[in-house]
Write a protein that binds this ligand. Structure first.
Ligand SMILES: Nc1ncnc2c1ncn2[C@@H]1O[C@H](COP(=O)(O)OP(=O)(O)O)[C@@H](O)[C@H]1O
Ligand SMILES: [Mg+2]
Length: 472
């Protein structure tokens, strides 16, 4: 068996030889070799497509190869939750690293003789990425990138900084679905025209490209998208000839196309979806008008707060003064998976303060009393700590007499009529809006949006100020 040093030597030789370094027992398939090579040429890469294409398998071997060839490197494989990491990567990595690295069970890391460390980390709750504030990574591998929010991902990019002078990169792998589908697609697969420099064409698969820097000062760091299809993985098809059949028998035609063919457009063309991205794009604005009539925060709290809980929907919207038909503006989406009901309520109050909301609207059907109590308590704290000054927002429970689909329907009509404007992009919210079809559980961000818009449309005049003592 090759020693670590043989492998390091192979890594050095790879500079002269187009054949990338490999691991004992690992035979990359052609697409996996392409991914390996491109990962070394860019700052951000997405390996995305069909389920079973061999993405996760490549990702963990690539992470180990990087450690073997980059002394002292700190590399992480990131998934949204720890149970997911344990289920998908832990056991296979123990097999791959046997004899190559020392495993530390307590922090799920492997230390290589050259000082490189590979660790499994999770970012379960929004904000967990802040735990890595003073950490430097050489390479980050995000498996199932669409599980993360763009804010989590871009924060982690700032942690890529090699004190060893190694080339740094963020590598994502994913299927074309999930809460982050819209931002991942826009970032890697199909940028919007405004994301590209003037005259810059749409990126081409497997060809690195440079998006313009937001301040217009020139091109930014290179990105690349590597598409994956099931056909990339003959090993899987040979061992499990019925796997393709499993994918083919999925009833949702969009999911079928996404997971079977790795089609990144499939989830956009949602048959029966109530909202279309083209419509949202057509009415998007950069700034809300200064004279807003009413400002409201829609709040749809999760009922549990564990790693696998739903998100809490927090969406702020406003209506413009005296316009007919009424023009409405979506101002903020701060929905997230919070660690506790208090944290969720506090964030809702922070958002209400930041947009100067005159009302917070929540649904009373599920634990309404608790929700109201949590919001009032968060407001009390905000007042005590000086984070809230002046008139307080009304905390209003709405009782959903009708089903969720029925409540979303009029809201989608306001969108169709061009009455609702998104102030900037809200990738995750829009991802949920454009992939949800009535009859399925409506996602939390969408619910919060529906509460907010319904309230704005129903209430003409602004609410009066609420006396502070009403909170106690
Ligand atoms: N190079 C390879 N050699 C042998 N088996 C492979 C290889 N690449 C992938 N596989 C197998 O194919 C299956 C699916 O791969 P996986 O990486 O989990 O797919 P994806 O993450 O794209 O859904 C796995 O069971 C894995 O063991
Ligand atoms: Mg996978």
């Amino acid at each position: 068996m090759a020693t670590v040093w043989d492998l390091v030597l192979e890594g050095v030789l790879a500079e002269y030889d187009p054949k990338p370094p490999t691991l004992p027992g690992y035979e990359p398939q052609p697409k996996q070799s392409i991914a390996e090579q491109l990962a070394g040429e860019v700052f951000e890469m997405l390996y995305g497509g069909a389920a079973g294409g061999g993405k996760s398998y490549w990702l963990r071997h690539s992470a180990v190869l990087y450690c073997l060839t980059h002394p002292g490197a700190y590399v992480a494989i990131v998934r949204r939750t720890l149970p997911m990491l344990r289920k998908t990567h832990h056991r296979p990595l123990q097999d791959i690293c046997r004899g190559l690295a020392t495993h530390n069970k307590s922090d799920l890391s492997w230390t290589f003789p050259n000082g490189a460390v590979l660790q499994l980390i999770s970012l379960t709750h929004d904000g967990d990425e802040q735990d890595y504030k003073s950490v430097e990574f050489d390479r980050l591998y995000f498996d199932e990138l669409t599980e993360f929010t763009e804010a989590q991902y871009t924060y982690m990019l700032t942690r890529l900084r090699s004190s060893n002078g190694h080339p740094t990169a963020a590598i994502g792998a994913t299927n074309p679905e999930g809460v982050g589908y819209a931002w991942v697609k826009r970032r890697f697969v199909k940028p919007r025209p405004g994301d590209l420099a003037e005259g810059q064409g749409q990126p081409v698969a497997c060809e690195p490209w440079r998006p313009p820097l937001p301040d217009g000062s020139g091109p930014g760091r290179a990105r690349v998208f590597v598409p994956a299809t099931l056909l990339d993985n003959p090993a899987l098809l040979a061992a499990n000839p019925e796997y393709e059949m499993t994918l083919r028998s999925m009833t949702d035609p969009r999911k079928r196309k996404a997971l079977l063919e790795g089609d990144w457009d499939a989830m956009d063309q949602v048959q029966g979806a109530q909202f279309s991205l083209t419509n949202i794009d057509n009415h998007r604005v950069h700034k809300a008008p200064a004279d807003l009539a009413r400002v409201v925060v829609g709040y749809d709290p999760a009922t549990t707060f564990t790693a696998t809980s739903d998100e809490t929907g927090i969406v702020a919207a406003a209506s413009a003064q005296a316009t007919r038909p009424r023009q409405m503006y979506v101002l903020a989406d701060r929905s997230a998976r919070f660690g506790s009901p208090e944290q969720a309520a506090r964030t809702c109050v922070d958002v209400a303060w930041s947009v100067q909301a005159d009302a917070i609207v929540y649904e009373t059907n599920q634990g309404g009393d608790y929700v109201k109590a949590a919001l009032n308590s968060a407001l009390r704290h905000a007042v005590k700590e000086g984070r809230w000054k002046g008139p307080l927002p009304k905390v209003l429970g709405v009782h959903a007499k009708r089903g969720k689909a029925l409540r979303a329907e009029p809201v989608s009509v306001y969108y169709d009529q061009g009455q609702v404007h998104h102030v900037g992009p809200f990738e995750e919210l829009e991802g949920q809006m454009t992939t949800w079809t009535p009859g399925n559980d409506s996602p939390d961000r969408l619910d919060a949006l529906v509460y907010a818009i319904t309230h704005l449309e129903e209430k003409a005049a602004p609410a009066g100020p609420v006396p502070i003592r009403s909170l106690w």
